[in-house]
Design a protein around this ligand. Structure first.
Ligand code: C2E
Ligand code: CA
Ligand code: CA
Length: 724
């Protein structure tokens, strides 16, 4: 049945006319998200509110040429309408996915083809999600600022005023935008302000009904309660932790909690003062950022970052478990991409991703896209020796059915390299490398097949054990050397420093990269002398550059610091010593630490970093965005540089670059700059990426586009070249 499309008129309003269908879409939408909104509108009012947004989506769906940008405004409008619960976003995306084309796809001449509709709907969803997260981030940042300001005011006030008059304190108490409570040393809540009551769901009695010690939550970190008891015993004056609570409706409230001990005039502990900042929303944003940083926007599959994390877990697992990995590369994908265009290529990848996903549904199985036309499937458990072959067979099986794209039947085939074995022997990087080599063997044998990694070659390959025992002697024998990779100003392309990257020239295995031995050195503690050597050597090198290159401003040196080094009691003393002996000023040194090294770092751990920062040494947060991206933490850390992980630049290799990726980078840059942090991006491989990143406001770039890591004199000649 087909009803001719009508431009306008009475029949539009009929239930089956376009207008009627648009209304039905708006009804479904509002039904899906109304329960999770914080709007003051009634259901019918809310539906009325959504109608123009639904119309905008419908018009976007049909626009010629297609441009998903208006969907971004719809995302923003949802935040403005208080649909800030993440369920509202996922429900909206679900409704668009299932109903937009169905109700607004049109019919007759205006009808979209299924494929076109699906592709457009997907772009609309991505763009809307981008607009939504951007708006949410802006809002959260704005609120954060306000809270931080009043918290500071409240705190300094509170401390002074407390010893003065109760009345003035009450005023601060009531006005503060942050939750404040006072309790005695037994944990009985004596006073609390309205903000705090609201944070807990609005019931004063809910908060007062129990002692502080009864507010345990399964996600509490163990030191929360250790700190608590130290404080009430008077052994500690304050602590600051991230802590979850249950509200009276059972939902979880996440807070940044600062507790201070108040002493009487003789100095004996008397009360505890708690300041609470509601971080629930920011946490959700972090989770979403984390999701976006770990999933491929085109196919929705886990991306390389997430896959690598899982693989690392699988290969490190203890207790006799095994793992099996299939590394798949499509045969002849480039030819399809070149002849039918990128859009068709993308659609093909999406279809392949769907089919792969259907092959790995059992417990312990996962599929991910590494990039381009490379996919991986992982299986874990006791029986992977048998399972991994079945898995590879299923993959080749699902690929054998032709894929219909733009009226053509395309036959896709793939080559698979399999690595299977017991956990606890090889590193994730080794396993992936072995699978990659094996995949090429399958390809060289004609493709459309799988091959197993060669046992013998693996046995010959570098074992963890062998490397670990050879490490100490290697340092004594001077087998390590450093390569330098330039750090380039995105603004004018000038080189202003370099990162020191260590390598091991192994007598049997040749040059080994840090991924192959740094984890072992960390594990055995050798990282401390090795790290000290890298610092000495590269600081000396930087000083040498500076002496030879006086006119173009000082050349800076970035040195990686591993978590064990951070815990070393002589870190500050030794760094000062190295700087003094070389004559390099502290401002020319930047120490890079990964985000994960600083997770949950308490004040004791941050103290050496603070001391170094106060001396003028820059501290950079390396690999930002790979895992835990805790935006809330940033303000607390003595860092001055954020190094965005390569996974972000990877998303920009597509053409056009993924808008969600761009938005995320833009958001992070804005946040970083508002906290006075400079942003360096890693893995810049093309001119287009460099330009894109410069436009997004990033300050410094590093990557193969400028130079691969190399010998120290290369840096010097690069600097001379841009001085000319
Ligand atoms: P990282 O700090 O993230 O270093 C950047 C890594 O990205 C380097 O790998 C570099 O060669 C690589 N890279 C640079 N530009 C590009 C690009 O355009 N595309 C791609 N695909 N890769 C690029 P490398 O040298 O293998 O170092 C790996 C990691 O080892 C480093 O990651 C760092 O965490 C660690 N590391 C290196 N040297 C040291 C050291 O002296 N001490 C410690 N503790 N860790 C080190
Ligand atoms: Ca680094
Ligand atoms: Ca990095």
């Amino acid at each position: 049945m087909s009803i001719p499309a009508q431009p306008s008129g009475a029949r539009d309003e009929e239930p089956d006319g376009p207008e009627g269908r648009l209304r039905r879409f708006a009804t479904i939408w509002s039904r899906a998200i109304f329960p999770s909104t914080a709007t003051s509108l009634t259901r019918p009012e809310f539906e009325q509110h959504l109608l123009p947004l639904a119309r905008e989506l419908s018009e976007t769906l049909h626009a010629h040429p297609f441009d998903a940008a208006p969907a971004q405004r719809v995302g923003t409008a949802l935040v403005d309408a208080h649909c800030t619960d993440p369920d509202a976003l996922s429900a909206t995306l679900g409704v668009i996915e299932s109903y937009l084309v169905l109700y607004c796809g049109g019919n007759g001449p205006a009808e979209l083809s299924t494929e076109d509709g699906r592709a457009r709907s997907a772009r609309i969803q991505h763009t809307l999600a981008g607009g939504y997260s951007h708006a949410l981030r802006e809002r959260t940042l704005g609120e954060q600022e306000a809270i931080a300001r009043s918290a500071l005011a409240a705190r300094s006030h509170a401390e002074q005023v407390l010893h003065e008059t109760q009345t003035r304190f009450q005023a601060v108490f009531a006005e503060a935008a942050i939750g404040i409570a006072i309790a005695d040393l037994d944990g009985n809540v004596l006073e609390l302000n309205d903000t705090l009551t609201r944070m807990f769901g609005g019931l004063d009695s809910h908060v007062r009904s129990r002692k502080l010690t009864e507010w345990a939550h399964p996600e509490d970190t163990p030191h929360v309660w250790r700190y608590y008891h130290e404080l009430v015993r008077g052994e500690r004056d304050h602590y600051r932790v991230e802590k979850p609570y249950y509200r009276n409706d059972g939902t979880v409230l996440w807070t940044n909690l600062t507790v201070s001990l108040l002493r009487d005039s003789e100095g004996s502990p008397e009360y505890q003062l708690a300041l609470m900042e509601d971080t629930t929303e920011r946490r959700l944003l972090n989770l979403r950022l984390r999701y976006e940083a770990t999933h491929d926007a085109l196919t929705g599959l886990p991306n390389r970052t997430l896959f690598f994390e899982r693989l690392e877990k699988a290969v490190a697992a203890k207790g006799g478990t095994r793992f099996g990995l299939c590394y798949l590369d499509l045969d002849g994908f480039k030819a399809i991409n070149d002849s039918l265009g990128h859009a068709a290529g993308d659609r093909l990848l999406v279809e392949v991703a769907d089919r792969l996903q259907s092959c790995a549904t059992a417990q312990g199985e996962m599929v991910a896209r590494l990039g381009g036309d490379e996919f991986v499937a992982l299986t874990t458990g006791p029986n992977t020796a048998r399972e991994v072959g079945d898995l590879a067979g299923r993959i080749l099986g699902v690929l054998s059915t032709p894929i219909r794209i733009e009226g053509r039947e395309l036959t896709v085939r793939g080559s698979i390299g399999i690595v299977e074995g017991p956990s606890g022997i090889r590193s994730a990087a080794e396993v992936l490398r072995s699978a990659d080599i094996t995949m090429y063997r399958a390809k060289a044998a004609g493709g459309n097949r799988f091959e197993l990694a060669d046992e013998e070659a693996d046995a010959r390959a570098i074992t963890r054990h062998g490397l670990t025992t050879a490490l100490p002697a290697a340092l004594e024998r001077g087998e390590f050397f450093i390569e330098y990779q330039p750090l380039v100003h995105l603004g004018d392309g000038s080189v202003h420093g370099a990162e020191a990257l260590v390598r091991w020239c192994h007598p049997q295995h040749g040059v080994l990269g840090p991924d192959q031995f740094i984890p072992l050195a960390e594990h055995t503690g050798l990282i401390v002398p090795l790290g000290r050597w890298v610092l000495e050597e590269s600081v000396r090198q930087a000083n040498h550059w500076q002496e030879r290159h006086t006119d173009g401003g000082p050349l800076r040196i970035n040195v990686n610091l591993s978590p064990t080094q951070l815990h070393h009691p002589r870190l500050v003393a030794e760094t000062v010593d190295v700087l003094e002996r070389s004559g390099l000023e502290p401002g020319a040194l930047c120490l890079e630490l990964t985000e994960s090294a600083l997770i949950g770092a308490d004040d004791g751990l941050l103290k050496p970093l603070r001391q170094l920062a106060e001396m003028g040494v820059d501290i950079a947060l390396d690999d930002f965005g790979t895992g835990y991206s805790n935006l809330a933490n940033l303000r607390r850390l003595p860092v001055s540089v954020l190094k965005l992980d390569r996974s972000f630049t990877r998303g920009m290799q597509q053409h056009p670059a993924d808008p969600v990726d761009l938005k995320i980078v833009e958001g992070i840059v804005t946040l970083a700059h508002s906290l006075n942090l400079a942003v360096t991006v890693e893995g810049v491989e093309t001119a287009a990426q460099a330009e894109q990143l410069r436009e997004l406001g990033c300050d410094t770039g590093q990557g193969w586009y400028y130079a691969r890591p190399g010998a120290p004199d290369r840096i010097h000649s690069l600097v001379l070249a841009d001085a000319v």
